[in-house]
Design a protein around this ligand. Structure first.
Ligand SMILES: Cc1ncc(COP(=O)(O)O)c(C=O)c1O
Length: 500
């Protein structure tokens, strides 16, 4: 592996007036990294090559801007800043304070939230902090008040044990993992199912839609401390106003995990009854999916939960990641640009065009379409394939997407019967409804010519498949044509990174 010399090559082949700062920064960063680790620099360049040569239809991914990426690649990674802006346990945090305050201020403006906490390192962390902050506010604080104390560290062991049991005995009601909910919403293998007595609601077996009456019946039966809405694989809007009324009826805290659709809230696709920030007590999100920021999490809340949420460190987190908060601030500034609203609406227009085009060509799309960025396809019923076979067949043709269990999936969570497709990334590349219709045509043409292969015991494999080379070549060419017209980071020339 040789050291990268991309910046020098770029500058010597470009007129000074034509130098692009983003491209120069990318080349410079590869050169600097490669002086220490040529292997890491080579992987970064290879990832760009791979992402440029495959169509990304992963619903939970996007392409962040170079500004977002560069805001994370600097000396802020070195700084410890336990606490929160203006209230730190370390010296020298003025600049981290400025960044954290900027990010939360922009978050408040973008979402119209009372309080925004930008420290969670991921969506899973954000949910854990939110759960514990809700329990601290609704269970721990009243219990401490009864004991005439504010600080849990100051009560005796016996009182603490009583409080801890009360804390751990609470009920959570969220969407079933196997129907599209997230594993942090009470899935048995996750800490959420150990922290709470976890219960779930599911979709209607026929329509695959959430049925508010069923959710209400479950809520009245379970009487949860937290009523949780939000999903990883559900293609429809949710009426958060009605969910809030239900939470009020049973005295629960209403929490929404908008990790997947935060960009659609920011971009004013989900408004009124469908805007979670208007109706929930606590809203968690990731920053890297439809919101198009860096990997990370955020929590929005009403004032009553704010001080408990700000104690994310020490409750769950250690020191915040100032470089990641800087990148969140950049992404939130980008999402406040009016162009982001056009982007968010285009994401949904594209998803609807994709769902329509797939159905026209014979694919079975769950719920008959979508209101958001997600399209779920039943490949078992449509093509006699498992999700695993469909995912691998399409990847071999240059399309990256993920298999997904469908509600009540007979093939289980590993092989699955479904595909989850999403339009955030291709929309960022500038593709519109014509391009997604072409993508639907490639997908249906590949899947209808993919056949399950035999397994070693003479049965039918759930993983292996047969697909002719000519179909793969034809699909790859169509994918390459689409990507050539919509390159990722067009200012970066990979021939400069790796000259022939
Ligand atoms: C609804 C939902 N919540 C939380 C998460 C977790 O986010 P992270 O992977 O950043 O921990 C995800 C990720 O897929 C998600 O879909």
């Amino acid at each position: 592996m040789t050291q990268s010399d991309a910046l020098r090559r770029y500058l010597s082949s470009t007129e000074p007036a034509g130098v692009d700062a983003g491209a120069a920064a990318f080349y410079a960063s590869l050169d600097v990294v490669s002086r220490v680790s040529p292997a890491v620099a080579a992987s970064i360049a290879q990832e760009l090559r791979d992402q440029r040569s495959h169509l990304k239809l992963i619903a939970s991914e996007n392409f962040s801007s170079l500004a977002v990426q560069l805001a994370q690649g600097n000396l802020f990674t070195d700084k410890y800043a336990e606490g929160y802006a203006g209230h730190r346990f370390y010296a020298g945090c003025d600049n981290v304070d400025a960044i954290e305050s900027e990010a939360s201020e922009l978050g408040r403006e973008l979402f119209g939230a009372d309080h925004v906490y930008v420290q969670p390192h991921s969506g899973a962390d954000a949910n854990l902090v939110a759960f514990l902050a809700i329990l601290a506010t609704t269970v721990e604080s009243p219990a401490l008040e009864r004991l005439g104390e504010k600080n849990p560290a100051k009560i005796g062991h016996a009182d603490w044990e009583v409080l801890r049991r009360e804390f751990l005995g609470q009920r959570l009601l969220g969407m079933d993992y196997y129907s599209g909910g997230h594993l942090t919403h009470g899935y048995r293998h996750n800490v959420s199912a150990r922290l709470f007595e976890a219960h779930s609601y599911t979709v209607d077996p026929e329509t695959k839609l959430l049925d508010f009456d069923q959710i209400r019946a479950r809520a009245l039966e379970v009487r949860p401390r937290i009523l949780l809405a939000g999903y990883s694989a559900y293609p429809r809007k949710i009426n958060f106003a009605r969910m809030r009324e239900l939470a009020d009826e049973i005295g629960a805290t209403f929490m929404v995990d908008m990790a997947h659709f935060a960009g659609l809230v920011a971009g004013k696709v989900f408004t009124g009854d469908h805007d979670p920030v208007k109706h929930a007590h606590v809203v968690t999100t990731t920053t890297h999916k439809t919101l198009r920021g860096p990997r990370g999490g955020m929590i929005l809340s009403t004032p009553e939960y704010a001080s408990a949420i700000d104690k994310g460190c020490p409750m769950v987190l250690g020191g915040p990641l100032p470089h990641a908060m800087a990148a969140k601030a950049v992404a939130l500034r980008e999402a406040l640009d009016p162009g982001f609203r056009d982007y968010a609406h285009a994401v949904v227009d594209n998803a609807q065009a994709l769902a329509d085009a797939l159905q026209w060509r014979g694919a079975r799309v769950l719920t008959g379409g979508t209101d958001n960025h997600i399209v779920l396809v039943d490949v078992a019923e449509s093509y006699g394939l498992t999700g695993r076979q469909a995912e691998s067949a399409l990847r071999s043709c240059g399309l990256t997407l993920n298999r997904n269990s469908l509600p009540f999936d007979a093939n289980g969570p590993w092989y699955t019967s479904g595909l989850r497709l999403g339009t955030p990334a291709v929309t960022t590349l500038g593709m519109g409804t014509d391009e997604v219709t072409e993508i639907a045509d490639v997908i249906t043409s590949v899947l209808s010519q993919t056949k399950p292969a035999a397994d070693d015991k003479g049965g039918t494999s759930k993983a292996k498949f047969n697909l002719s080379e000519s179909v793969v070549d034809g699909a790859r060419k169509r994918v390459a044509d689409l990507l050539a017209k919509h390159p990722l980071y067009p200012e970066i020339d990979l021939d400069i990174v790796d000259p022939a």
